[in-house]
Design a protein around this ligand. Structure first.
Ligand code: SF4
Length: 418
């Protein structure tokens, strides 16, 4: 039985370990993620799965459509489709049209087209205005342009295949084709990057009048050439203090220009320009991923119990093709989340956002236990260091807190597992 607790830490911790009632299935519309696993050339810092042999592309599109048909659920309401990768803009507009048609046939969609957000990641320099016009015609209404930097020196360090001018031209072409929801992806924290260098990128981005900006700190992911270069001592990463000041500068500057810092790496010009699709990840709403390495999160009803599941597809394009062509779903692994895992995940994704943890939902869904009692010590620490606070029914982090997100998550998890 769950303990209703008013003032006792220990009893509350026990309540978390007791089996709470299963969380009710979410009623929010689901999102569909499509992974296009091709890139013209691999960037040395990137650990997303992609190959540069485009000769498999045609076969891949046929098999991706098969996967969509195999996993069709005409009752599942969906309001976002996100083409990520890899480089989705390597698809021809005809291929894209076929995939969108297969998705819309496989799931239930809003009646009004404008209620369906279809985002496509675009690599600058790879597409022309006529392409943008065609994909708009097929329903794509939001673009995420992988600019990374408006400075050729940074682009060359990152070994990007495009120039800064190509990025500007891509954004202009998209505007001319009628796109009014354009996001720019930037990367910062390169070795020796100064505030002046980074500010120049932010200013250049704003000159393109984007509706959304994502700013990612360069990270050295294992199994990438850049990680190997760092290990060899060929690259000296920016020190933590400088990286932290760039993070703070990003937030202060973009917020001063009217953007909302709604997730640790994401800024939107207005509420409606936030990424509806990505919010599904942070709000633990159902999403289904298709294509090699794509992840899914969903629930299954079993005798009135909702089992929350996570699964991911095989990474290899070759294995993916062979499984689909033999009528087998390309799932690499699948797991049912325990209530504890659900809780931890909820804390992890919520703290990334400006909304933070919804305390009421936490308490209702996971055992009628008082959040502020379970995490009293953590909240005290957050407040003492100005890393976060309780505001109304939310526990959210400050910019300073976001800098120590990993540490803070550890505090929360340790408290729960105590
Ligand atoms: S283009 Fe994008 S997905 Fe492809 S290797 Fe570069 S960063 Fe990774």
């Amino acid at each position: 039985m769950l303990l209703k607790n008013n003032n006792n830490d220990e009893r509350c911790a026990i309540a978390v370990h007791s089996p709470p009632p299963p969380p009710p299935p979410t009623t929010a519309a689901a999102g569909i993620y499509i992974h296009i696993p091709f890139c013209i050339r691999k960037c040395p810092y990137c650990d997303f799965y992609s190959i540069s042999d485009l000769s498999f592309k045609k076969r891949f599109v046929t098999d991706l459509i098969k996967e969509l048909e195999m996993r069709a659920d005409p009752a599942l309401i969906v309001d976002t489709i996100y083409f990520g990768g890899g480089t989705p803009s390597l698809l021809t507009s005809g291929e894209l049209e076929k995939i969108v048609a297969a998705v819309t046939k496989s799931f239930k969609f809003p009646n009004k087209r404008q209620d369906l957000q279809i985002t496509m990641e675009v690599n600058p320099g790879s597409v022309k205005e006529s392409y943008f016009k065609e994909i708009r015609e097929y329903g794509v209404n939001r673009l995420s342009v992988g600019v990374q930097s408006f400075q050729n020196r940074k682009l060359s360090f990152l070994e990007r295949i495009h120039s800064a001018d190509a990025s500007r031209q891509t954004i202009l072409s998209a505007r001319d084709a009628g796109f009014d929801d354009i996001g720019i992806d930037l990367m910062y924290g390169l070795p020796e990057e100064t505030e002046k260098i980074w500010l120049a990128d932010l200013e250049a981005a704003l000159e393109c009048h984007p509706e959304h900006i994502s700013c990612y700190m360069l990270s050295y992911e294992s199994d990438t050439p850049m990680f190997a270069a760092y290990k060899r001592g060929d690259i000296k990463p920016l020190d933590d203090g400088k990286a932290a000041s760039l993070f703070k500068l990003t937030s202060e500057y973009l917020v001063s220009k009217g953007f909302s810092h709604y997730e640790i790496s994401n800024f939107a010009a207005t509420l409606e320009h936030q990424s509806i699709h990505n919010k599904k990840y942070w709000e633990m709403v159902t999403y289904l991923g298709f294509g090699p390495s794509a992840h899914s999160y969903y629930f299954q009803l079993l005798s009135d119990n909702a089992l929350f599941k996570r699964s991911w597809n095989t990474k290899s394009v070759h294995k993916y093709l062979s499984l689909i062509e033999n009528g087998i779903l390309p799932v690499a692994e699948q797991e049912t989340l325990t209530n504890e895992q659900q809780l931890i995940e909820m804390i992890m994704v919520s703290l990334r956002t400006d909304k933070g943890i919804d305390i009421k939902s936490f308490e209702q869904l996971y055992g009628e236990c008082q959040f502020e009692i379970i995490f009293k010590d953590v909240i005290n620490q957050l407040e003492k260091r100005s890393w976060g606070k309780i505001e109304g029914e939310r526990c959210r982090l400050t910019n300073d807190g976001w800098l120590f997100l990993d540490t803070i998550l550890r505090w929360f998890v340790n408290k729960m597992l105590k």
